[in-house]
Design a protein around this ligand. Structure first.
Ligand SMILES: [Zn+2]
Length: 467
């Protein structure tokens, strides 16, 4: 191995990069689409591929958890030489999104194709590329420190149904409490802010969704015969939606902001220092024409650290061609709320029911139907020593200052935190424009190599920082 005494992790990563890429391409060729029952066999193949790769790398304890009802997950443990060293659990997923519309792919989604620095294929970024990055990171760590065992005990927990909303994750966590015991979770399913602005994600918003249905009569009725004499459910839904925000963009549910923890000065300063181009943001936001949102907060803050209420869909009455003069019997709206620490799902659900009750006119019946279980929000205390170690590791690997970021979307970090009772830090090396879940998903290979180097540095730094 070509040695660079100043930077042994980078030297090791560079020496292993060819093998890394060959392995990742093999794995990406397995269409592990967890949301499609026709591909559940492939999810199993993908799990076994990962297990075999780990065994080849010398991991002494590798298990495929495939006894159902969860789709096959992979667990592996590589103990530290020092039995008192901390234990980290790397979380990720090996299932991938469907590929429709497949005709929009420039290369077949399961024939991974390298174009320059970019590797195209479903799962290249979300999340197989980042899991492969960790396999490389562990190998580079061992090579860099010249040991057979890592400086921390490293466990991998790679689930197979994240893209399906992790329906049986709590069951896996419950069934495997002993194996999954750890001091720190390293969550690897989030991107950097930008290629020229690497960041450490420190939290994800939660989400709560519900449908509100207003029902009047048992059938639509002629608007000339009854209109003006009975309540119109569609009008009532429109009034409910209009009342959801005030003129400053603040959500009007009772106590909606009471538990919201504001970001620290450090975090706000970091967000403000990130490059932000309004036109690019708008272009990446479905071609929106203007920014809008809660007054007093920047766009990044609105998306990362502020809670929201969104109308996802609204339905009522006649929407076909021409005109149909009716008072509809019912109307409905689908709502979702993005939540931030320390908002609680139950509190928001209760407040929504109260809000709906207060906005239900006499003569209409209201139903509030929760959609899904909801996902709690999570954020990491940025003064925690593990965050400091991570920041140093990522800065060392990327050769530049690294700022804090968050993601506006939701994931199982809060759930892992709640069940395992340990802090969760985020290590990712992909990009927001990797087109995950869309045609032509790609990953930028040099970033994955940097990410592997960051992981290798983190394993070296952690024992001292967490002691
Ligand atoms: Zn993912």
């Amino acid at each position: 191995m070509s040695g660079d005494p100043e930077n042994p992790e980078r030297a090791a990563v560079n020496a292993l990069a060819g093998d890394f890429l060959a392995g990742l391409r093999e794995w990406l060729a397995i269409p592990s689409i967890g949301t499609d029952p026709a591909h559940h066999g492939d999810v199993g193949r993908s799990a076994r591929w990962l297990a075999d790769a780990l065994r080849r790398d010398g991991w002494p304890d590798v298990q495929v958890w495939d006894t159902g009802p969860a789709l096959p997950a992979v667990y592996a443990c590589r103990p530290a030489a020092d039995p008192d060293a901390p234990t980290v659990l790397v979380y990720g997923h090996h299932d991938v999104q469907p590929v429709d519309p497949v005709e929009q792919w420039h290369h077949p989604p399961f024939e991974p194709t390298l174009v320059g620095e970019e590797l195209f294929g479903r799962g290249a970024s979300d999340d197989k590329g980042q899991i492969a990055m960790h396999l490389l990171g562990v190998k580079a760590h061992l090579a860099a420190v010249g040991a057979a065992q890592p400086a921390v005990t490293i466990k991998l927990f790679i689930e197979g149904e994240e893209e399906s909303g992790s329906p049986f994750l709590t069951r896996l966590l419950d069934d495997h409490r002993d194996e999954l015991e750890c001091d720190l979770v390293v969550f690897t399913d989030t991107p950097l802010y930008a290629r020229d602005a690497p960041t450490i994600c420190t939290g994800q918003r939660g989400v709560y969704g519900a449908e509100v249905v207003f029902t009047g009569g048992s059938s639509d009725v002629h608007s000339g015969r009854a209109g003006g004499s009975v309540p119109n459910p569609a009008t009532a839904i429109a009034r409910l939606v209009a009342a959801l925000h005030d003129d400053q963009g603040r959500v009007q549910l009772r106590d909606f902001y009471a538990d919201v923890v504001e970001p620290t000065e450090t975090e706000r300063a970091d967000y403000a220092a990130l490059p932000f181009d309004e036109n690019v943001w708008l272009a990446n936001s479905g071609g929106a024409q203007a920014l809008s949102g809660e007054e007093g907060w920047s766009t990044l803050e609105r998306v990362w650290v502020r809670p929201t209420a969104e109308v996802n869909g609204i339905h009522g009455g006649y929407t076909g061609p021409g005109l149909k003069t009716i008072v509809p019997a019912s109307a409905s709206v689908k709502l979702s709320f993005r939540l931030v620490p320390d908002q609680r799902l139950e509190q928001v659900a209760d407040a929504l029911r109260e809000f709906v009750a207060a906005h239900t006119p006499p003569g209409l019946r209201a139903e509030v139907i929760p959609r899904g279980d909801g996902v709690p929000p999570y954020a990491m205390d940025v003064s925690h020593p593990a965050v400091g170690a991570l920041r140093d590791a990522v800065e060392g690997a990327f050769d530049q200052p690294v700022r804090f970021s968050r993601t506006g979307g939701s994931g199982p970090a809060a759930l892992l935190h709640g069940w395992l009772g340990v802090p969760v830090v985020y290590l990712g090396a992909t990009l927001p424009d990797d087109r995950i879940h869309a045609p032509n998903e790609r990953v930028v290979v040099p970033l994955l190599l940097r990410g592997a180097e960051a992981a290798a540095r983190l394993w070296r730094l952690l024992p001292e920082r967490l002691s």
